[in-house]
Design a protein around this ligand. Structure first.
Ligand SMILES: Nc1ncnc2c1ncn2[C@@H]1O[C@H](COP(=O)(O)OP(=O)(O)O)[C@@H](O)[C@H]1O
Ligand SMILES: [Mg+2]
Length: 231
C-alpha cells in the first residue's frame, strides 16, 4: 500500500531524512520509534508532501506521491493527524470535521460514522475547538482525518499529554481501523502503549532507518529498545 524507497528530505539546506525505506501493507500497524529530533515528524511531513523529498520515491497504491501536488495527497486516501493536533482553533467541532469531509469529498454518512466512533464530539458540535480538553482535541484531530475515510492513517504522537483513559481510546480506535483494513503509520514515544498493537517497528536514528523488525521480535528482545532509543 505504501512504499518508501530511499527517501531523503530536510529543511532549507539541512538534510534530515537520509535514504529511508519502509513498506506498509493494508491493515498493518507500523510504529516509528526514535529519539527526539530523529526525524519522525519530518518523515510524516514528507509523505504528506508538506516537505519535498530531495531523493527517492513514495509510492501509495501505485502513485508516486513525490510527483503530485501536496494538496492532492490527502484526497488519495491518506489521513494525517499531525503532532500537536493543529486544529482550526477558532472554528467549531462541526466546522473542523466539515473540512475533513471536503478534503475527501465525503458525505454526511461518513460524518455519522465518525461521530459514532467519538460520541463526545457529537455532543459538542457547536463548541469551538480551542475550548475542548486535550483528549477531546485529539479526538477531533483524529475524527477530522477519519472524515476522509482514509486507507492509510498517519498519527504523529497521538497520545502526547493525554490521560490513560484517552490513551486507551486512541489505541482502541487504531485497532478498530486496522480490523477495517486501514494501514496505520504511528509515531509514539510510549513504547509500552504500542508494542502490543504494532505489527512492525522501525527505529529511526539521525534521519536513518537503523532497523525494522516485527513487533514480536522486539517483545522477545526488549534490550533492543535500550540499544536504539535508550529506554
Ligand atoms: N521547520 C524546521 N526547520 C528547520 N529544521 C527543522 C524544522 N523542523 C524540524 N527541524 C529539525 O529536523 C530534525 C528532525 O526533527 P523532527 O522530524 O521534528 O524530529 P522528531 O519528530 O523525531 O522529534 C531536528 O534536528 C529538528 O531540529
Ligand atoms: Mg516529532
Amino acid at each position: 500500500m505504501l512504499e518508501l524507497t530511499s527517501v531523503s528530505s530536510g529543511y532549507a539546506g539541512a538534510q534530515v531524512l537520509r535514504e529511508v525505506s519502509l513498506s506498509l501493507n493494508a491493515g498493518e500497524i507500523v510504529c516509528i520509534l526514535g529519539r527526539n529530533g530523529a526525524g519522525k515528524t519530518t518523515m510524516m511531513k514528507t509523505i504528506m508532501g508538506l516537505l519535498k523529498a530531495s531523493q527517492g520515491q513514495i509510492i501509495f497504491n501505485g502513485t508516486d506521491l513525490t510527483t503530485i501536488a501536496p494538496h492532492k495527497i490527502a484526497g488519495c486516501g491518506i489521513g494525517y493527524v499531525p503532532q500537536g493536533r493543529r486544529l482550526f482553533s477558532e472554528l467549531t467541532v462541526a466546522e473542523n470535521l466539515e473540512i475533513g469531509l471536503m478534503a475527501g469529498n465525503k458525505s454526511s454518512a461518513t460524518l455519522d460514522k465518525v461521530l459514532g466512533m467519538f460520541p463526545r464530539l457529537a455532543e459538542r458540535l457547536d463548541q469551538r475547538a480551542n475550548t475542548l480538553s486535550g483528549g477531546e482535541q485529539q479526538m477531533l484531530a483524529t475524527g477530522r482525518a477519519l472524515c476522509l475515510e482514509p486507507q492509510l492513517l498517519l498519527l504523529d504522537e497521538p497520545t502526547e499529554g493525554l490521560q490513560p483513559s484517552m490513551i486507551a481510546l486512541i489505541r482502541d480506535t487504531v485497532v478498530a481501523l486496522k480490523k477495517q483494513g486501514v494501514g496505520i503509520l504511528l509515531v509514539e514515544q510510549r513504547v509500552d502503549a504500542v508494542l502490543s498493537i504494532a505489527d512492525k517497528v522501525m527505529f529511526l536514528e539521525n534521519g536513518m532507518n537503523r532497523d525494522v523488525m516485527s513487533a514480536d521480535h522486539l517483545r522477545d528482545n526488549p534490550d533492543l529498545l535500550k540499544k536504539y532509543i535508550g529506554v
